[in-house]
Design a protein around this ligand. Structure first.
Ligand code: HEC
Length: 91
């Protein structure tokens, strides 16, 4: 799962994955990309009502359930990230 502003920095996607997320925000249903090192396939993840319990609210507001993080300010139905499959040949 790739988002451009993750709570956990380990969840940040690589440059190609973030480009694909930007394309998905322009209403694409799915995108694929072949780079020199890998094949990528990505579909959008949309916020559902129950995601907003933690990820909604106002961006930057403290999250009482997970005090080390702040709320994300997502809105229902918004494309908040991408599910990305990356396949690269064995080294
Ligand atoms: C109970 C609270 C809660 C709910 C409900 C919840 N999340 Fe999360 N989500 C979290 C927390 C906490 C993290 C950070 C986890 C970590 O430390 O890796 C996270 C991380 C993520 C990430 C990874 C990016 C990041 O910010 O680190 C995505 C994508 C995500 N959530 C999507 C969703 C979606 C989509 C839904 C609804 C279908 C949802 N979440 C519902 C608490 C929640």
């Amino acid at each position: 799962m790739v988002v451009d502003n993750p709570r956990n920095p380990n969840n940040k996607g690589d440059e190609t994955a973030l480009e694909l997320l930007a394309e998905l925000r322009r209403e694409a249903k799915a995108v694929e990309r072949q780079t020199q090192n890998a094949y990528y396939y990505a579909e959008p993840i949309r916020a559902k009502t129950w995601c907003l319990r933690c990820h909604g609210g106002s961006k930057g507001e403290p999250d009482p359930m997970f005090p080390k993080y702040t709320k994300d300010g997502w809105r229902e139905g918004e494309v908040i990230g991408a599910a990305v499959a990356r396949v690269s040949p064995k080294k």
